[in-house]
Write a protein that binds this ligand. Structure first.
Ligand code: NAI
Ligand code: MG
Length: 498
């Protein structure tokens, strides 16, 4: 690695060390050979692979090179019916009757098998969705295993967790997940449902079905009783068939606010329980007394992590006016060092945007930002010739009312705004249709407590960002959805109290 420093004279006669950012890391690609992807996948229903009733399949591609990886079954109503009746049957005949400590053994077994196949799962996640291998290897897959471990521990404690109350499962859970954390979201939804005695019909997103199907293979190998977990693939229409199925007791959805609203309408007047985990526009707030380098690193992680494909991405940065210039300069310097490119390369910081459609959305917002009069800065890195890529981008001179400060972009695009006082920044941070997460950077503990109390956000990180743990509840205010998933709260949301 070579870093060259150039001396540049500035007007003020101070000397600035300007780093030439042509970091010359040698490529360090992870090998594809450790991953086995079948050319074609059917639905996983009742413990077996079942051809789609309509006979249709669709491709899942690698967004980093636009090459086809596999084709997967396109589910229709008949497939959903089959999956729901398998789940109902398994619930009534087997899973509900099984002693909790026996249920836990299966969940522990799945956790261990996810760990054993961690490398393969990480590679498939990166190939199918475009996220850097470092992230899928160090975050997605271990956190997915941790979810199975954590909830396995809950299964036989439920009867002691609610004194003087008896709990039972809800029945069949329909779970619809997005493309930003495909395996982790599957684990996040499946593990607590199994621990509480529910059975599952899960649908992964159409651009990233492969790790969920790999998980189906693991589940099959774990000897989990047939029908307890069913995984069917398809796009929005298949998701809607799950939502509308009359024999589902609980819908858990993570995805866009628009689809969340459709789901809420669809289940109104039914007995289905719902948790919705939707979009976000997190405010990340830096006070002048914060450790600025640490804060800048946190902001970079908060927005560029996973290409900004994170519902709780710190996409609005509020910097106290007195340090704004300094913070923006540090941010730009750090952006220049980010490596954008082959997601399988272990040096890559920012991988591929998940789909052409999402790249179009991001580029549309970048255009809107410029039209709104904000000033755009993007890193000068070169982008690969094929695949869907976007440079890390930030906007300064952003107004609170600008669309780039109000709407979810879901890409590596940061809007920077400034403030003077605590009251002002609280008002601005809360002035959003969303309320999923937020971040505060300050040296003063009292300020953290004062601020976090007043923020309308489900998660507030202090002097850190994007930290997840299966034991923590997670969920939003306002258009970010309702209900809490994660931790003990997720257990409660999946139980009936008698
Ligand atoms: P989406 O909400 O359409 O997709 C999420 C999941 O919902 C997928 O599995 C999809 O097949 C399913 N789905 C789509 N329409 C459905 C319907 N009518 N009924 C039931 N299920 C349905 O999200 P999309 O279009 O992929 O992304 C659009 C925007 O949504 C993104 O730009 C981003 O702003 C936001 N988003 C937010 C996520 C989050 O984690 N909160 C995750 C993914 C997207
Ligand atoms: Mg794909």
């Amino acid at each position: 690695m070579a870093v060259k420093a150039k001396k540049t004279a500035r007007k003020s006669n101070t000397i600035k060390l300007k780093f030439d950012t042509s970091w010359s890391y040698d490529p360090a690609p992870e090998s594809k050979s450790a991953a086995s992807i079948k050319p074609k996948y059917d639905h996983f229903i009742n413990g077996a692979w079942v051809k789609p009733a309509g006979g249709k399949y669709f491709d899942s591609i690698n967004p980093a090179n636009e090459e086809k990886l596999s084709e997967v079954a396109d589910g229709n109503e008949a497939d959903v019916n089959k999956a729901v009746s398998a789940a109902r049957n398994a619930y009534e005949q087997t899973w509900q009757k099984m002693p909790a400590k026996e249920r836990a053994k299966y969940i522990f077994r799945i956790a261990r098998m996810v760990q054993e196949k961690a490398r393969e799962l990480a590679i498939i996640e990166t190939l199918d969705g475009g996220k850097p291998i470092r992230e899928s290897r160090d975050f997605d897959v271990p956190t997915a295993a941790n979810h199975f471990f954590y909830y396995a521990g809950w299964a036989d404690k439920l009867e002691y967790a609610f004194p003087n109350r008896k709990t039972s499962a809800l029945g069949v859970a329909g779970q619809i997940i997005p493309w930003n954390f495909p395996l982790l979201m599957a684990a996040w939804k499946i593990a607590p449902a199994l621990a509480t005695g529910n059975t599952v019909v899960l649908k992964p997103a159409e651009t990233t079905p492969l790790t969920a199907l790999k998980l189906a293979e693991i589940i099959q190998e774990s000897d989990l009783p047939p029908g307890v977990v069913n995984i069917i693939t398809g796009a929005g229409a298949t998701g809607a068939d799950i939502v509308n199925h009359p024999d589902i007791n609980k819908i858990a959805f993570t995805g866009s606010t628009d689809v969340g609203k459709l789901i809420q309408r669809a289940v109104a007047g039914t007995n289905k329980r719902v948790t919705l985990e939707l979009g976000g526009k997190a405010a990340n707030i830096i006070f002048e007394d914060a450790p600025l380098d640490q804060a800048v690193e946190g902001v970079i992680n908060g927005i560029y992590f996973n290409q900004g494909h994170v519902c709780c991405a710190g996409s609005r940065l509020y910097v106290q006016e007195s340090v704004a210039k300094q913070v923006i300069r540090k941010l730009k310097d750090r952006m220049e060092t980010l490596i954008v490119g082959d997601p399988l390369d272990k040096n890559t910081d920012i991988g591929a945007i998940n789909s052409r459609q999402q790249l179009d959305t991001i580029q549309r917002y970048i255009k809107i930002g410029k039209q709104e009069g904000a000033e755009m800065y993007e890193s000068s890195c070169r982008l690969p010739g094929k695949g869907f890529f976007c440079r890390p981008t930030l906007f300064t001179n952003v107004a609170q009312s600008n669309r780039i400060a109000q709407e979810e972009i879901f890409g590596p695009v940061l809007s920077v705004l400034t403030f003077r006082t605590d009251d002002e920044v609280i008002e601005k941070a809360n002035n959003s249709p969303y309320g999923l997460s937020a971040g505060v950077w300050t040296d003063k503990g009292s300020k953290i407590f004062n601020l976090t109390k007043r923020m309308r956000a489900g998660v507030v990180w202090a002097n850190t960002f994007n930290k997840f743990d299966p034991t923590s509840p997670f969920g939003g205010y306002k258009e970010s959805g309702f209900g809490r998933e994660g931790g003990f709260a997720w257990v409660i949301a999946l139980c009936e109290f008698n």
